[in-house]
Structure formats: C-alpha cells, structure tokens
Design a binder for this molecule. Structure first.
Ligand code: FEO
Length: 166
C-alpha cells in the first residue's frame, strides 16, 4: 500500500508530466503552423513520451492500492520568438522536471518507500536522456543558424526523430 505523502507527490508529478505533454503539443502546433514540419514532428514525439511517463506513475499508484487524482493543467504558451527559443524553453523545462524527479527520490528515501524509489530510478536515467535530447537540438539550431538553408536542414534533421521503445 502506498503512503499518503508519496501518493500525493506522485499525483503531482502526473500533472507535471501531462503539463509537459501539453507544452510540447503546443510547440508542435506552433511549428506546424509556421511550416516547420520536422520540428513539429519532434515535439509531437516528445509529447507522446510525456504521456507515457504520466501513465507509468498512474500505474504505480494503482498497483499499490492508491488513488490517482488528476489536477487541472495550466494553459501552455502558444508562441515562441524562434525555433531556437522554443527548444531552449524545452531544455529549461526538462531541467525543471529533473529537479521534480530528484525531489521525489529524496521523498522516497525519507519515507523509506523502496518500491517508489525503485520505480523512480527509471525516471532519473530517463531525465539524463531528456535533457540531452533537448540540449542537442539547441546545439544543432545554434550551429545551423536562425534562417535560410541552415534552418531548413535543421528542421529536416530534427524531423528524423521517431518514438523510442523503453
Ligand atoms: Fe517526462 Fe520530459 O520528462
């Protein structure tokens, strides 16, 4: 049986993951409207991964006899000054999520909740990848420049991302 503190914290993290999905979907919509299909695709894959993250937490709560409680999601931003600005915002967002996950690990230790601790280790590793993906996209956009051919090539390159299997 999951403890009340951990249950509440994981429910909060479900909201964080779904808010991430919402943010990346908004970025995908923004890029699609601007004609950057590759970056729209990258963000769509990212949004899908975030929903999967939320469901891992959802299942963990249910499997341990807890109750999932869904919170209201904030409306995400809808517009970014440039592709680089959007990917920089995505990278910053992932750093925030990493901090959330690390706090949850701290709570698992404090509560002596080994089951949650083991489940959360997957997220610790995943966050290294999440930050790396966003940071590499930022690097690519910086290298290729903010307009013209360089941006077209970067869009094509980022569009090659496909959903990963665990
Ligand atoms: Fe679910 Fe991008 O962290």
């Amino acid at each position: 049986m999951i403890g009340k503190k951990m249950e509440a914290a994981l429910n909060e993290q479900i909201k964080e993951e779904l808010a991430s999905a919402y943010l990346y979907l908004s970025m995908s919509a923004h890029f699609a409207a601007e004609g950057w299909d590759g970056m729209a695709g990258w963000m769509r894959v990212q949004a899908q991964e975030e929903q999967e993250h939320a469901m891992r937490l959802f299942d963990h709560i249910v499997e341990r006899g807890g109750k999932v409680k869904l919170h209201a999601l904030p409306a995400p931003e809808a517009k970014w000054a440039s592709p680089l600005a959007a990917f920089q915002a995505a990278h910053k967002h992932e750093q925030h999520i990493t901090a959330c996950i690390h706090s949850l690990v701290d709570l698992a230790v404090k509560e002596k909740d080994h089951a949650a601790g083991a489940m959360l280790q997957w997220f610790v590793t995943e966050q290294v990848e999440e930050e790396d993906h966003a940071s590499k996209a930022v690097q690519l956009l910086k290298l290729m420049g903010s307009e013209g051919r360089g941006l077209v090539i970067a869009d094509h390159e980022l569009g090659r991302r496909v959903a990963e299997k665990d």
